[in-house]
Design a protein around this ligand. Structure first.
Ligand code: PMP
Length: 441
């Protein structure tokens, strides 16, 4: 029988009400408001290892991991020690520092980039990469894929009619039509759409930007060879291939998605954007790539880009400590835990008779609550056929049993090195009741 632990959420509810009075929607990033699932967003007081504790004292196994960054788990002792030491030396100087150099060296060693520039968020990374691609090529058009999220960059907040290559219209008020008029939105995993776009506009395309493996429409892995095809097509037309690894970088392998395809197949993206794990839970992100392209960046070249807190010594120290601890053993552990959970989630849903599909790239995975006739989710259009009502029931049943899933059906589940047998057992034993709740919808 479904357990009801009768969580109190009074403290979270009170804070949410206070937050509403002073912050739009009560949150500083929309998905945190539980809009997609309803209910009271949990205000978290502290976190350790695989667990979150909210202001009412409820404990949850965390499957969000700060939307990716917490690869080692929360409050890792060695990361905290490095951060405390760095902070005691002062928190920001507005000068170059040692940890920036060391983190850049670590990133260059792990990824296919020759040079890297630090920024403070993934949004800044993709915004800057696109400016650089336009500056380098002297072209303006940007190709993106429907369902790929690259942060809230004006030109990338674009939706498009499904199936056809269209010049995008802004996906939100406040973005000038001119910003997205130079953005072409194509269906993901669609080779023919990419060919057609390049046949028509090839001489005007500055870059193709794609999530290295999309995680923001739920996990939709690139079809075998799709990223290689994008890299080749860009090269053939003098455009740059920008691989957005903000989510996948240093998470699905020690480099990122590139470790699963490019490194094996022998190609490199021209530019890569990074964030999340490389900041160790602090605001740090980066873009990097080919030396000749990066040489266009100020002060070496004419393309302007800057940031007061870019390369911040505390943030880069946290990132460096995290990456140094992110050994092959860490990835092996998370990969194994991920497979176990994927199988357990699928088994519970099957048992309860809930149609679904589990998709993954490396250790990132999503459970799609799609109908029986859907045998794969290759793009945003198909992802959108999900039964979000079933997800909602599933989500709340997990939450009530102390498991914190991403509060949207269109997200990846994230694990960490701290997800040990006890944490995994807690998740696995919560799954059957949640699957039954989804079945009852
Ligand atoms: N790119 C990708 C692939 C992302 O997943 C995200 C954030 N989820 C971003 C860019 C934007 O990063 P940030 O939220 O740090 O601006």
């Amino acid at each position: 029988p479904a357990r009801s632990t009768a969580q109190s959420t009074a403290g979270s509810a009170a804070l949410f009400e206070r937050a509403h009075a002073v912050t739009p929607g009560g949150v500083n990033s929309p998905v945190r408001a539980f809009n997609a699932v309803g209910g009271t967003p949990r205000f978290i007081e502290s976190a350790r290892g695989a667990y979150l504790t909210d202001v009412d004292g409820n404990e949850y196994v965390d499957l969000v991991c700060s939307w990716g960054p917490m690869l080692l788990g929360h409050a890792h002792r060695d990361v905290l020690a490095a951060v405390a030491e760095a902070a005691a030396r002062g928190t920001s100087y507005g000068t170059p520092t040692r940890p920036e150099v060391e983190l850049a060296e670590e990133i260059v060693a792990r990824t296919p980039v020759d040079k890297v520039r630090f920024v403070s968020s993934g949004t800044e990374a993709t915004m800057s990469a696109i400016r650089l691609a336009r500056g380098f090529t002297g072209r303006e058009l940007v190709v993106k894929f429907a369902g790929c999220y690259h942060g809230h960059v004006d030109s990338l907040l674009a939706s498009a009619g499904s199936g056809l290559a269209t010049f995008a219209v802004p996906g939100t008020p406040g973005v000038p039509a001119a910003s997205t008029a130079a953005t072409l939105v194509l269906p993901y995993n669609d080779v023919e759409a990419v060919r057609a776009a390049f046949a028509e506009h090839g001489d005007d395309i500055a870059c193709v930007i794609t999530e290295a493996a999309p995680g923001n429409m739920g996990v939709v892995p690139p079809a075998p060879g799709f990223n290689a095809f994008l890299a080749e097509t860009c090269a053939a037309h003098g455009a740059l291939f920008v691989s957005d690894e903000v989510m996948t970088g240093f998470r699905v392998t020690r480099s990122g998605q590139w470790g699963l395809d490019g490194a094996v197949e022998g190609w490199r993206p021209d530019l890569v954007t990074l964030g999340k794990v490389m900041g160790g839970g602090f605001p740090a992100a980066a873009f990097g790539g080919r030396a000749d392209v990066m040489a266009m960046l100020s002060p070496e070249g004419p393309v302007y880009q800057a940031g007061t807190l870019s390369g911040n010594p505390v943030a880069t120290t946290a990132g460096l400590a995290t990456l140094r601890l992110a050994t092959d053993d860490v990835y092996a552990h998370i990969d194994k835990a991920s497979l176990l959970l994927q199988e357990a989630a699928s088994a519970s849903l099957r048992e309860a008779g809930v149609p679904h599909l589990v998709q993954s790239t490396g250790n990132m995975f999503s459970v799609f609550f799609v109908e029986e006739d859907v045998t794969s989710v290759p793009n945003f259009e198909v992802a959108g056929t999900q039964r979000v009502d079933r997800f909602r029931a599933f989500f709340h049943a997990m939450l009530e049993q102390g498991v914190y899933l991403p509060p949207s059906a269109f997200e990846s589940w994230f694990l960490s090195a701290a997800h040990d047998d006890r944490a995994l057992d807690k998740i696995i034993s919560a799954l059957p009741a949640a699957a039954r709740a989804a079945a009852a919808v």
